[in-house]
Design a protein around this ligand. Structure first.
Ligand SMILES: Cc1ncc(COP(=O)(O)OP(=O)(O)O)c(N)n1
Ligand SMILES: Cc1ncsc1CCOP(=O)(O)O
Length: 500
């Protein structure tokens, strides 16, 4: 039997709106596009469970879609359902398979890569339910209440992909937990690694608790087939993006650290763009929706719990309006807390560019699906300064892996800068050593990239041109200013001259 996992309804009889009934909700979901249904009842007596299973089975059979029974192998056998789903604390999958036979569908929940390893080692499941992706009120006893996010799902997909690439019969996968109309397109897009992607989403409350289960289902079906707005953007073609910045004055919204605010604002102004320094979440919506040429710089320099919530809101709002974000994960290679903060932010939405020194990008690399402890050798990180010693080949490989997993352009700064987009990359000569003596000169490259992105030009080209221009200004300034103070002024002047 070929099974379509794209819209997997998992039922719950405890959240039915007063205007409907359990069976009506399921019937509407099936009529409007659910491709597979799981009956999940935690409190029913065996007799009531069987009766309900028969009722739902009549609906699924009429539509020709499979019915899966949650946990209860006996109920599945009693009504001849098409399959069984079990979790890690339920009857072991091997025993379930022995009881239900070869021809039934077997699904297993996995929350970490090791659980996927176990499923692939036995090879007896037809699909895995991966999650939870996001926090959910529907199920309390979950491994990670905050959710693994797309980052965690990708790590599991990497294991699954290795199995599927070497076996004729593939094990399918669905993501589950906190998926709804606001995020299903992103889940489908982001829960993918090289050669492996989820086959669908499994949802409970966004259909079962809906006042209009039919529309909720048909809308969700459309959304999972849609590419997120930030991933399918048309670009303007500009030969000289720097000059275009000075002509069009785009806005660069900074949520950045206190140390560099002033310098970043001056750099932005020198380019001909306009800086906004705002941490007032209430106005982000107006910025992102009303201003056509705007991009956001998110700098993790001085994080606080309050700022984390501001960052998260900003990512969600800028993603909503498909406006670019440059993420600077300052010192995320130095402490676990900063790496976890970066993980939370990258799980909450999409950023167009991740910019950092080698130590920082190596920090982010630890979050990718391809990373393993053994692949990380010879690297160290101290404070915000990268002291990593890696070959160029390894640096580029790290950048590519980060770029592919996060579907972002990666800028690695240093004596040589690398701008990486999937498999393609550009090397750009660094500016001047004096830049290292000006506080904020690293962070303000983020402002420059954001100013270029705000014009609507291609992300990769914007990053390449911004990095080239920034370093050229550094080289020119160093040509006539040899001490940090005068260099700083000359550098800002050169940025102005190169764009005006
Ligand atoms: C498709 C799918 N994925 C995961 C689950 C969770 O199953 P389990 O871990 O057994 O938890 P309960 O559903 O029994 O609470 C699922 N049901 N379906
Ligand atoms: C059954 C289950 N397993 C993991 S999360 C979950 C519930 C998902 O419910 P919702 O779609 O309402 O977040």
């Amino acid at each position: 039997m070929t099974v379509d996992y794209s819209l997997y309804l998992v039922t719950d009889s405890t959240m039915i709106p007063e205007s409907s009934t359990f069976l009506r909700q399921v019937e509407l979901a099936i009529a409007n596009g659910a491709t597979i249904v799981q009956l999940r009842e935690k409190k029913l007596s065996t007799l009531d469970f069987i009766t309900r299973a028969q009722q739902v089975h009549a609906l699924t059979k009429a539509k020709g879609i499979p019915l899966i029974i949650n946990d209860r192998v006996d109920v599945a056998l009693a009504i001849d359902a098409e399959g069984v789903h079990v979790g890690q604390d339920d009857m072991p999958a091997e025993l379930v398979r022995r009881l239900i036979g070869e021809n039934k569908i077997l699904g297993v929940t996995c929350s970490v890569p090791e659980e996927v390893e176990a499923v692939t080692a036995s090879g007896i499941a037809d699909y895995v339910g991966l999650g939870t992706v996001y926090a959910t009120n529907t199920k309390k006893d979950v491994t990670d209440p905050e959710g693994t996010g797309p980052i965690g799902i990708r790590k599991m997909l990497q294991v699954l992909g290795r199995y599927n690439q070497s076996h004729e019969k593939k094990i399918n996968s669905v993501a589950i937990g906190g998926i709804n109309h606001t995020n299903a397109d992103k889940v489908m897009y982001e829960c993918a690694v090289d050669g492996e992607r989820i086959d669908g989403v499994a949802v409970v409350s966004c259909i079962m608790a809906s006042e209009n289960a039919g529309k909720a289902t048909s809308d969700l079906l459309k959304i999972i087939e849609t590419t997120p707005n930030w991933a399918s953007r048309s670009c303007i073609q500009e030969a000289d993006i720097g000059k275009f910045v000075a002509q069009t004055h785009p806005l660069v919204h900074h949520i950045t650290n206190n140390v560099v605010k002033n310098f970043s604002a001056n750099v932005t102004l020198a380019l001909g763009a306009s800086p906004i320094m705002s941490e007032l979440a209430a106005e982000f919506h107006e910025f992102a929706s009303d201003i056509p040429m705007i991009a956001l710089v998110l700098n993790l320099g001085t994080p606080t719990p309050e700022l984390m919530s501001v960052f998260k809101t900003a990512i969600q709002v800028y993603n909503k309006y498909a406006k670019h974000i440059v993420f600077d994960p300052v010192a995320c290679g130095a402490t676990q807390a900063r790496l976890q903060a970066s993980k939370k932010l990258l799980n909450s939405g999409h950023v167009s560019v991740i910019k950092g020194n080698l130590g920082e990008i190596q920090g982010i690399w630890k979050l990718t699906s391809t990373y393993s402890e053994s692949s990380n050798s010879g690297s160290l990180m101290r404070g915000v300064d990268s002291i990593a010693k890696l070959t160029e080949e390894k640096i580029i490989q790290i950048g590519k892996e980060v770029s592919k997993d996060f579907k972002t352009v990666v800028v690695i700064t240093g004596k040589v800068n690398y701008i990486i987009d999937g498999d393609k990359y550009t090397k750009s000569e660094g500016g001047s050593e004096l830049m290292g003596l000006v506080t904020g000169s690293g962070c303000s490259l983020g402002s420059t990239i954001a100013a270029f992105l705000a014009t609507g030009a291609d992300v990769y080209l914007s990053a390449v041109d911004a990095v080239n221009l920034y370093n050229e200004a550094g080289r020119r300034a160093a040509g006539y200013s040899s001490t940090p103070g005068s260099f700083m002024i000359s550098f800002v002047d050169e940025l102005y001259k190169l764009t005006h």
